[in-house]
Design a protein around this ligand. Structure first.
Ligand code: ADP
Ligand code: ZN
Length: 307
């Protein structure tokens, strides 16, 4: 089994790990995200103190430049995060560690990891959405991660407003209350209801409204991408009561038009939480490393081994 390096590069923390898969992590460290030079320097120190890895995968917060051969390849681009706008992530790592490097969005990594070891195992077209401080989606389409002009920015899909929520101003700095992130991210819930989402009781009108917005966006995503499974992660989706509500609103808003059995008769296994749970991010980065190394995937592990 080959040894890979993984970096889950987030706006508040970087997690570095070395391993052969998500249930065989040989070493791991969590570093606070400070300046690019300091944070990447500490990542490099970590990997220099580990056995040599075959390849390194980085699942990164965005937006990022993914077009190989462009001068900005491997950089974070327009983030408001202080110090990180136009920061080169791939360059310093590549230079210091000299191994093949896979780089993609955190959510593209997550969908790849879930397809390799988790809830989308064996599927080649799947969607992963995180609903947390922001909303972001990653898509595996025909076995390939979706990016092109930039990369998908599903959190900013424009949504029709729910009639009982017409006066809410929303929180997206670009679209106010017109986009998904503006009305359904964790900060949107906090602004609308006046408390953090995790403190809202399970029987509360917040959840049905939230589920309607999530189902509305998923309706578009299902129609455009035709995923074989939809994985919903992130802090807000830890409110488990959302899953049955999202499923029934999704079926209702598709209106019976998409008649695939997996959706109509298998909705409980069509819209699901990430099987890798807290490890989805680091597993995604490992899967990006494996892809960069060009290794054909080994036999899948059983789901029981992972939980
Ligand atoms: P990030 O998006 O920054 O990586 P998370 O995915 O953990 O972080 O999302 C953080 C958001 O999730 C916060 O807005 C928080 O209020 C919300 N959140 C965290 N736990 C829960 C929970 N159990 N139920 C609902 N919302 C939650
Ligand atoms: Zn927006």
């Amino acid at each position: 089994m080959s040894l890979y390096g993984a970096i889950e590069a987030g706006g508040t923390k970087f997690v570095c790990a070395v391993g052969t898969g998500p249930d065989d992590l040989r070493a791991q460290v969590r570093l606070p995200t400070t300046t690019p030079a300091e944070t990447l320097g500490r990542c490099i120190d970590f990997f220099r103190n580990q056995p040599k890895v075959e390849a390194l995968g980085v699942g990164c917060f965005g937006p990022i430049e993914l077009r190989r051969g462009t001068p900005g390849y491997g950089h974070v681009t327009t983030t408001p995060k202080p110090g990180w706008a136009n920061a080169d992530v791939v360059g310093p790592l590549q230079q210091a560690l000299g191994v093949p490097l896979g780089f993609d969005t955190d959510v593209n990594g997550a969908v790849l990891g879930e397809s390799r070891w988790g809830a989308a195992r064996g599927l080649d077209t799947a969607l992963y959405v995180t609903i947390g401080t922001g909303i972001g989606g990653g898509a595996l389409v025909g076995g390939k991660l979706a990016h092109g002009l930039v990369h998908p920015e599903m959190g900013h899909l424009l949504l029709p407003r729910e009639p009982d929520d017409a006066s809410f101003e929303g929180v997206c700095p670009f679209h106010g209350g017109r986009c998904w992130e503006g009305v359904a991210s964790g900060p949107a819930l906090e602004r609308r209801w006046g408390c953090r989402a995790e403190t809202l009781p399970a029987p509360h009108p917040a959840w049905d409204l939230q589920a309607r917005y999530v189902a509305s966006a998923l309706t578009t995503l299902v129609l455009v991408l035709s995923p074989e499974r939809v994985i919903l992660g992130g802090g807000v989706m830890q409110a488990e009561q959302l899953f049955p509500l999202v499923r029934s609103h999704l079926l209702r808003s598709l209106g019976g038009y998409v008649s695939a059995d997996a959706l109509v008769h298998g909705i409980d296994s069509y819209v699901v939480p990430p099987l890798l749970g807290q490890r989805a991010g680091i597993a995604g980065a490992l899967a990006l490393a494996e892809l960069a190394a060009g290794e054909p995937p080994a036999a899948p592990q059983s789901i029981a081994q992972l939980s």
